[in-house]
Design a protein around this ligand. Structure first.
Ligand code: TPP
Length: 272
């Protein structure tokens, strides 16, 4: 079988794309589209929902059904789509600002409801599009354009948040792990219920410049050094864990999703 390229989902003539050199969004898009092709998805039964930001621009490139929504609200729109047409495959693509900073409440409740959709979060550790401001996932040790002397806040662990709120599938990857990223996306897309793939990919233009990884090789080396398979991460003493993060599948369970629960209640109500 020929290798999947995912090109059939791209609008003709859209390349080269708008993202900066060294940015992981293009690689994430490539992994996602290859995953969709390997799973045999068609443009007409797939909806890609985005918010606002560099990551939110992604739907501009796609021939699939697409909805470009407001900042932080992509999951709310996606919930509406899924509730109205549960047969559609809904993929929500967000930045860390979109998903867990301005959009944190929607994220918690989409995971809690276990809405059957796949959320892909490109965590570039800052607000990329607006100039590298601090976001809810900026690490405590990092500098940004609005925290030039240091970050007084602690960061969210997006995967831990999704797990605690009730997601059925949670995984983390990085641009250093391109092939594995595609495989994790395939698992997420096939999972019924709320699934999440977080892609940790520091913004080269802002975060990288402020934190000594402006060039792509430096960023990849940083990711290589910090991303650990879950078992190795769990084997670390607690005090050391803060210097690393686990990658791969972190949660995989099969709690009933919102649409299934809703259909059961509706059937019961119709009988009365
Ligand atoms: C309600 C609202 N608040 C603020 C903005 C301004 N704004 C546009 S993009 C953005 C940051 C996006 O950051 P993130 O979601 O992390 O995506 P990235 O650009 O880093 O991919 C902000 C604050 C907006 N468009 N709408």
């Amino acid at each position: 079988m020929a290798h999947a390229t995912g090109i059939k989902y791209l609008k003709p003539g859209v390349l080269p794309h708008m993202w900066c050199s060294g940015c992981g969004i293009g690689g994430m898009l490539g992994a996602l589209l290859r995953a969709c092709e390997e799973l045999g998805y068609s443009n007409s039964d797939t909806v890609v929902v985005t918010g606002i930001g560099c990551t939110g621009k992604l739907d501009d490139y796609l021939l699939t059904n697409a909805l470009h929504t407001t900042h932080g609200r992509a999951l709310a729109y996606a919930t509406g789509i899924k509730a109205f047409k549960p047969q559609l495959k809904v993929i929500v693509i967000m930045g860390d600002g979109d998903s867990v900073t301005i959009g944190g409440n929607h994220f918690i409740h989409a995971a809690r409801r276990n809405i059957d959709l796949t959320a892909i979060v490109l965590n570039n550790l800052n607000y990329g599009m607006t100039g590298g401001q601090v976001s809810g996932t900026t690490p405590e040790w990092a500098l940004t354009s609005t925290t030039v002397y240091g970050n007084p806040e602690r960061e969210f662990d997006i995967c831990a948040l999704a797990e605690t709120a009730g997601a059925n599938y949670v995984a983390r990857s990085t641009p250093y792990h391109g092939w594995e990223m595609k495989e994790l996306m395939k698992q997420a897309l096939q999972k019924k219920g709320f699934s999440l793939v977080e892609v940790v990919s520091p913004c080269p233009t802002h975060f990288g410049r402020n934190n000594e990884m402006k060039e792509t090789p430096a960023m990849l080396r940083w990711l290589e050094g910090r991303a650990l398979p879950l078992e190795r991460y769990r084997g670390l003493p607690q005090a050391e864990r803060r210097n690393y993060f686990p990658v791969g599948t972190l949660v995989d369970r099969d709690e009933p999703d919102f649409s299934t629960r809703y259909a059961t209640i509706r059937a019961r109500a119709l009988q009365e």
